[in-house]
Design a protein around this ligand. Structure first.
Ligand code: FMN
Length: 290
């Protein structure tokens, strides 16, 4: 690498703002540490610039103890950075299970060198849309966010070390380095295997049912924002109605972002809390149009 500062790309997906926030904060920390850092939303699919960076950082929210399915399905479309190395981080609400381990293995099988990982506990945007606006969990979420700050800082320090100590060895031209020695796969959590085996099938049933129960209620004014921000292009807004198709990722972005709070899953979300990221300022419309 000589004296050129290392460059990293954070490619992330964020349904409701937590992972976007973590990615942004992380990039600020890394830039402060003298590492050139860009961030890009995964859903724009601009994977052709990855090869220009020294390291890829992949960020995602944990969905049912895994990386979101659509991201997993796109891993083989990702280019490799100059070193082949990837660092992964996830945001999660309660229990990430073996999500990071499974993701690291998936990336390894696609030819990447998993070089580190980190996790950030954040408010659970999946549960919050069923809670009353004055619920104690909503109040507690501020504390969760500030503990998340610390995790992001730790991840930044971890990456700084990796950039300094490991990346130079992975650059082409380094001889005698076995990349297996540098790779890091998160250790297996045995209790999680049992919990996951039990809960994932239940989760899949709930997921299937929930996706069928999306609708826009009488508050909808057909503004069309949901259609524009849906990462799976699952929503069509006509003059008469809002149509939810079968491609939903269940990221919940449309529900949390609807300015009228008109999108519901059955009756349970009517009048309940809406989450727009750690500082209530997550604006995917703006991010995606930049
Ligand atoms: C469909 C779905 C499944 C989820 N599954 C889990 C899970 O298995 N474990 C967990 O701790 N959090 C889970 N969560 C919570 C999210 O991981 C957490 O809120 C995350 O920070 C959301 O990130 P985002 O705001 O960037 O979309 C789930 C959320 C959704 C929407």
């Amino acid at each position: 690498m000589g004296h050129t500062p290392a460059s990293v790309l954070i490619l992330y997906f964020s349904g409701t703002g937590n992972t976007h926030f973590a990615a942004k904060k992380l990039s600020e920390h890394l830039n402060k540490h003298g590492i050139r850092c860009d961030i890009a939303p995964f859903e724009l699919g601009k994977f052709d610039t990855i090869k220009n960076y020294d390291l890829l950082i992949l960020g995602f929210p944990v969905y049912a103890y895994s990386m979101p399915e659509f991201m997993k399905n796109s891993i083989n479309k990702l280019q490799k950075p100059k070193t082949g190395a990837v660092y992964i981080f996830s945001t999660y609400a309660l229990h990430p299970g073996n999500a990071l381990r499974k993701s690291a293995k998936l990336l390894k099988n696609s030819g990447f060198i998993p070089i580190g990982y980190g996790k950030v506990k954040m408010p659970g945007s999946d549960g919050m849309l069923f809670l009353k606006k004055e619920s104690p969990y909503i109040k507690k979420s501020k504390k969760i966010i500030s503990s998340g700050f610390n995790s992001i800082e730790k991840i930044a320090i971890d990456i700084k070390e990796i950039v300094k100590e490991k990346l130079p060895n992975l650059h082409r031209g380094s001889s005698g380095i076995n990349s297996n020695e540098l790779e890091i796969i998160p250790p297996i959590s045995l209790p999680s295997i049992f919990i996951e085996a039990l809960i994932i099938p239940i989760f899949k049933i709930i997921e299937r049912k929930a996706k069928k129960r999306f609708y826009a209620d009488e508050k909808c004014n057909r503004c069309g924002i949901c259609e524009k921000i849906c990462p799976s292009k699952n929503i069509t807004v006509t003059k008469e109605k809002v149509i939810f198709d079968g491609r939903c990722y269940l990221c919940l972005r449309c529900i949390h972002q609807c300015p009228q709070e008109a999108i519901q899953i059955g009756k349970a979300t009517v009048g309940k809390y809406r989450y727009r990221g750690p500082f209530q300022d997550f604006n995917p419309l703006k991010i995606l149009s930049n």
